[in-house]
Design a protein around this ligand. Structure first.
Ligand code: NAD
Length: 490
């Protein structure tokens, strides 16, 4: 199976990657992938059942317990991970285009999010695992203790569709580095691209069963969560699904990390630089058509600058280039699916009825009559208790809210069930850092927002439990063990 992205070609992904091979599904269900920009067929993929998940999990368990992976040294794993990175890099351009066609991600972002970043993560965790001691000895009251860090075991990775390659790799790379094996269940919304990971892994000589990929829906996903041979679940998706998965993992006393939704705030203080703020919107708010968990769609503006900022936002969003994600000039591509478009439009309709003031956008672009496009939309005078300010829209719909003074800005930002991203715009960086310290969120930028792979990423409150990225993410894939021995070994 190879990736081709010529527009006329439909892709066929009707086998799963299990135990190092392309395996026929045990059921007959398939899914038709449609191109976000056109609604035209893009390919067909098999949907896995609980039985396919079971085969994949048993392969992952065998690779750990009987296969060579459980006996590899960090240096050996790092070497294979670098080969995996090389094979993935060779496919990066094609993968970026494919994902853009699947979920509408503009090509200004896709080669990074679906190419360079996942490749970089394999490099980073290969380096990190060879740089830390996985075993040390310390004196104890009666002798000595060997403190070991061992792989947590078989990892079930369940991902969302908005950054399919990146969300998979933020789990796979630290898991492989730690010595775990993985069963990846990608989202059916992006049904076609994850098998690229299987092709690259196979070419790189990753031993059979170390990485397995089964596309499936919620039911088979639930079977992965509760499979008795799974030791840990790494989940990225919505908060409602995260609650279900967290509850099941609690019942099973299964390790779990949850990367969930958000409704983050971008704060424009009274001394903010308007141009810096407008330029920053590409990273704070509109990244990937605002189909981003950290999208800062609550825009809190100092009242003394409110009229000026609302007007500038309206003009800025009207000027954004909405169109084909494969066109490099495009700033806002389509929503990933018809379902997502309907969801975004329903939030726009509800906001119109709420008393908020529509200042730009508000519907579908007139010149784009196919695909799942929506106009970047700005509502001003939103109340922080309105639905638009409380719920995740997952599309380019902004809620602008005025505030009086930094204390009120912090209070409004924190008046949210979520705590994932955020930003503060001010010409006084010290003041910005002070405000950032007071906001209950996992990540926040001062005068820009950009993910740093070398630092932990994750959510507070309903945005999740645990952290990905940075050396800290390795903790989620390693268990401590203490072996009590004689003082002779010191
Ligand atoms: P979703 O919760 O509907 O689905 C996520 C994944 O879970 C999919 O693979 C889906 O098939 C699977 N799934 C659904 N029900 C399941 C169940 N009961 N058991 C096991 N698996 C199940 O989310 P989505 O619509 O695909 O993604 C969008 C959401 O993801 C947004 O809320 C967004 O904020 C969030 N997200 C968070 C982060 C982060 O790092 N915090 C990153 C990207 C996306």
């Amino acid at each position: 199976m190879s990736v081709t992205v010529a527009r006329q070609t439909e892709l066929d992904r009707t086998r799963f990657f299990i135990n190092g091979d392309w395996v026929k599904p045990q059921g007959t269900e398939t899914i038709r992938a449609l191109e976000a920009a056109t609604g035209e067929p893009l390919g067909t993929a098999a949907m896995g059942s609980a039985a396919d998940i079971d085969t994949a999990v048993l392969a992952a368990r065998a690779a750990l317990a009987k296969g060579p992976w459980g006996r590899t040294t960090p240096a050996e794993r790092a070497e294979i991970m670098l080969r995996f990175a090389e094979r993935l890099a060779a496919r990066a351009d094609a993968t970026a285009q494919l994902v853009s066609r699947e979920n509408g991600m503009p090509m200004a972002l896709s080669p990074l999010a679906n190419g360079a970043a996942p490749v970089g993560l394999l490099h980073m965790y290969a380096r990190l695992i060879t740089g830390i001691a996985l075993e040390e000895i310390r004196p104890s009251e009666v002798g000595a203790t060997i403190v070991r860090r061992e792989p947590v075991g078989v990892v079930g990775a369940i991902t969302a569709w908005n950054y399919p390659q990146l969300l998979a790799m933020v789990k796979i790379a630290p898991a492989l580095a730690a010595g775990c094996t993985v069963v990846l269940k990608p989202s059916p919304e992006t049904a076609l691209d994850s098998y690229v990971l299987g092709e690259a892994a196979r070419e790189a000589g990753l031993p059979p069963g170390v990485l397995n990929i089964v596309l499936a829906g919620p039911e088979a996903g639930a079977a992965l969560v509760s499979h008795p041979e799974v030791d840990k679940i790494a989940f990225t998706g919505s908060t409602p699904t995260g609650r279900l998965i967290g509850a099941e993992c609690g019942r099973l006393v299964r390790r779990v990390t949850l990367e969930l939704g958000g409704k983050s705030a971008s704060l424009f203080l009274d001394d903010g630089n308007l141009q810096t703020f407008l330029t920053g919107l590409a990273g704070t708010t509109f990244m990937n058509n605002s189909q981003t968990c950290t999208a800062q769609a609550r825009i809190l503006v100092a009242r003394s600058r409110y009229a000026e900022v609302v007007e500038a936002l309206a003009e800025h969003t009207r000027d954004l280039v909405v169109g084909d994600p494969l066109d490099e000039r495009t700033q806002i591509g389509p929503m990933a699916s018809e379902h997502q478009l309907a969801r975004v439009l329903s939030y726009i309709d509800a906001a119109r009825d709420s008393g908020a003031r529509l200042v730009s956008g508000g519907g579908r672009p007139k010149n784009l009559d196919r695909g799942w496009f929506v106009e970047p939309t700005v509502f001003a005078d939103v109340d922080n208790s309105d639905r638009l300010a409380r719920e995740e829209v997952f599309g380019p719909v902004l809620a602008v809210i005025p505030f009086d003074g930094d204390d009120e800005a912090v209070a409004i930002a924190n008046d949210s069930n979520y705590g994932l991203g955020g930003s503060v715009f001010t010409t006084d960086e010290e003041r910005g850092i002070d405000v950032a310290r007071r906001i209950r969120t996992g990540t926040i930028g001062v005068n820009y927002y950009a993910l740093d792979a070398g630092s932990p990423f994750g959510g507070m409150k309903d945005s999740g439990i645990g952290r990905e990225l940075g050396p800290e993410a390795l903790d989620a894939y390693l268990e401590y063990k203490s072996i009590y021995v004689s003082a002779d070994r010191l």
